[in-house]
Structures are given as C-alpha cells and as structure tokens.
Design a protein around this ligand. Structure first.
Ligand code: MN3
Length: 199
C-alpha cells in the first residue's frame, strides 16, 4: 500500500496573509511530495510493507533512519495541513481541549507562551507539539521528522518549524510565524477531534 500525497483541504491562497499560496505550493507540492516519494521507495524491501503509516513510523524509528525520516515527515504533514484552517486560531476553543488546557497546562495564555517557546527554542529543523501522554496534555518539541508517536504520546497539534514552512513569508522571524500560527491558523476543531479519538 503506497503512501499518497493528500490534497490540501483548502485553496492554496486560503491561509493568506498568515501563510501564502507560494509557501503552500512549495511546502505541499514539493517538500511533502518528496517525503511521499522517498518513503515509498524506502518502504520497498524494508519488511514494513503493508503496515499502516503510524506503525511504519513507530517500527522504523531507531532502525531505518531513511524510512523513518520520510514516513514520519509524511505523517507530520498529513496532519499539519489539517491543523490549519482559514479563520483559525483565536481563544475560543472547543470544550474538552479548553478544559484540559486549563487543567493540565495552566490555561490558554500559559499554553500559548509554552508552545511558542517550544517552537522558538527547537534548535534547527523540527516541530513543536501539543500531545496527549498518559492521559494528560503536554507541550513537546522534536528535531527533524521526529514526533510524539515515538515517545509514547499522541500528537494533537504540531507546528512545522523547518525554514521551508516560514522563510518565504517571514524570512528568519520564526517567532512571528509561530505567533501567527497560534493566533490565526490553528484548526481547534481538528485538535478536539484527535483528542476525542485518543481518549
Ligand atoms: Mn515541512
């Protein structure tokens, strides 16, 4: 079962001005496509053919670096497109995720500050995350393609901090990109959907 590049769930210009059509054209059509193409090549002969994407990610971790990097990035980007929506962000969150952010992370303002700090301090390429671990929400950061799946946690929200995600729109200003992501792009309905599925 070959991996496939999913279509973006919105038009290329739907996230402007926070993320431009040019960024989405390069990021989705070139970068994500390359992860899919490479993962499919590396899956052949790996012994993991026929496994689902999450299992390929977990089982290749620490054993098959090439396959892991590309399959994990495919997983991360499949969700990344859905973690954003036109008119996203804001402070009006669905009930369950709001309650857990209040209970586990000290409220929305502290969540936002800690999530931005995780993304800002991830040195080099990687991701910042809101994840469910042992029944509680946690903020995490990971290098390169790594994600919470390989740390026994379920990713609920992730932001790509590779330069290809923000350099066209924000140049070197990663903190501005992260702030726009939280304030204006997060698809909280999808975060709630993943939280419901995981708990
Ligand atoms: Mn990316």
């Amino acid at each position: 079962m070959a991996f496939e590049l999913p279509a973006l769930p919105y038009a290329y210009d739907a996230l402007a001005p926070y993320m431009s059509a040019e960024t989405l054209e390069f990021h989705h059509d070139k970068h994500h496509q390359a992860y899919v193409t490479n993962a499919n090549k590396l899956l052949e002969g790996s012994g993991l053919e026929g496994q689902g994407l999450e299992d390929v990610v977990r089982q290749s971790h620490g054993k098959n670096a090439g396959l892991f990097n590309n399959a994990a990035q495919h997983y991360n980007h499949v969700h990344f497109w859905k973690w954003m929506a036109p008119n996203g962000g804001g402070t009006s969150l669905p009930g369950k995720v709001q309650a857990m952010i209040d209970g586990d992370l000290g409220g929305y303002d502290k969540f936002k500050a800690d999530f931005l700090a995780a993304g800002t301090t991830q040195f080099g390429s990687g991701w910042a995350w809101l994840a469910l671990k042992d029944g509680k929400l946690a903020i995490m950061k990971t290098p390169n393609g790594e994600n919470p799946l390989v740390h026994g946690a379920t990713p609920l929200l992730g932001v790509d901090v590779w330069e290809h995600s923000y350099y066209i729109d924000y140049r070197n200003a990663r903190p501005k990109y992260l702030e726009a992501f939280v304030d204006s792009l997060i698809n909280w309905a999808y975060v709630e959907e993943l939280l419901d599925a995981a708990s």
